[in-house]
Write a protein that binds this ligand. Sequence first.
Ligand code: NAD
Length: 458
Amino acid sequence: MNAASAHQVTKIVAGLRHGFEQGITRPESWRRTQLIHLRDLLLERGADFERALQQDLGKSAAEAQVTEIGFVVAEIGHTLSQLRKWMRAKRVDTPLALVPATAKIVPEPLGLALIITPWNYPLMLALSPLVGAIAAGNAVIVKPSELAPATSALLARLLPEALDRRAIAVVEGAVETTTALLSEKFDHIFYTGSGKVGRIVARAAAEHLTPITLELGGKSPAYVDRTVPLADAAKRIVWGKFMNAGQTCVAPDYVLGDADTLAELAPHLTAAIHELYGSATKDNPDYGRIINDANFGRLVSYLADGRIVTGGDYDADARHISPTVLADVDPEAAVMRDEIFGPILPLIAVDSLDAALAFVTARDKPLAAYVFSDDASVRRRWERETSSGALGLGAPVLHLSVTDLPFGGVGASGTGAYHGERSFLTFSHEKAVLTKPLRPDTLAATVMPPYTRAKSRL
Ligand code: NAD
């Protein structure tokens, strides 16, 4: 990794700002060209990106395609098909008292955007926001995660070959470089990662009154009741939980249900783990590994927080932890205080639906909540009585592949959203434009002094 110094950061920022001020990023044609070049890069160099993701996270080629490379390719396709419509000014009604006048909303680029990326989906979480920033006509700096060094280095090498260097740059580095970046003035900062660093970003942005999007994490619950086929629910939970070895921001963090349901669900979870990953996950290329030793140690310490129903094997050299289900977990244990962000799934018994709802609402608002119930009134109660970035009824994770659904958190799980048109709007200013002809002059008769009773009623 080629970490940029503070001096280099200042120079890069000045160069890109100059590019933006020259107006090169504004034309639709420029935006389209960049997006097409980015898509071509992903398609032509897919094998290189797959290798980097394998190196950083032990990610299989298939998972890399579905959750990272193909995901961004699809996002670019959707953006190209909608861009003209999104860029168009939108007429809005004017109040009668202002007639004659017209009013419209004109989206304009914000300027220079900074995208700070985490390691868990190091390609997708760098490029998906980049698509929105380019579509909206911004200059952009992408700061990949230093904890995924192979992907970071590849992005730093390939993006400048494919994209317009006058307006788009990749800056590699760790805390020191990110701190240098954050001391500069940006027009938008888009941060994905932990709430701890999210607070650092928000404080730095406040100095320059820079608007921010914070894509954070949290403990996303999965509630299961007896009305659903438990084997099917178990399979979906296992799929959502153990992809990328549990290092997914929207993975189900824990399962809530009554004790009988959980006792019945547990063997189905074990069976689903075996069906998806076999019994020896260490050598299974479909199953990822833990990003670094610090997270490995943290996760292994959670294994003592409950009774191991299945899994619980680990190997420090390979940074492998087998898919693990924990029962009899104390809700106050560390595994239930922190976001797990790894392949450990606690089962938390509650007495009733009311208790499950109370359990979730008493805690930070999660990035997602998942409900497995065929009872419409149960689903409705989750929709109305809990708050989360998203609600998945019957399936985890999938909501983020629906381009027209805004993706983001609420409260402690984040602020702002993206994907599809929401990405375009996130990186745009919606300028209010009012046009009022000077003739005929109706203002004197309606809003200007001297005031009369009739004017005050307007
Ligand atoms: P991370 O450690 O890679 O950090 C993210 C970024 O912050 C990196 O680019 C890093 O360089 C920078 N950074 C780290 N410490 C910093 C500091 N002191 N000052 C300035 N910059 C700093 O990733 P992470 O934080 O471990 O990511 C995991 C978290 O991200 C989890 O909570 C997860 O739920 C969340 N997440 C959320 C989403 C989402 O879309 N909402 C997606 C993925 C991950």
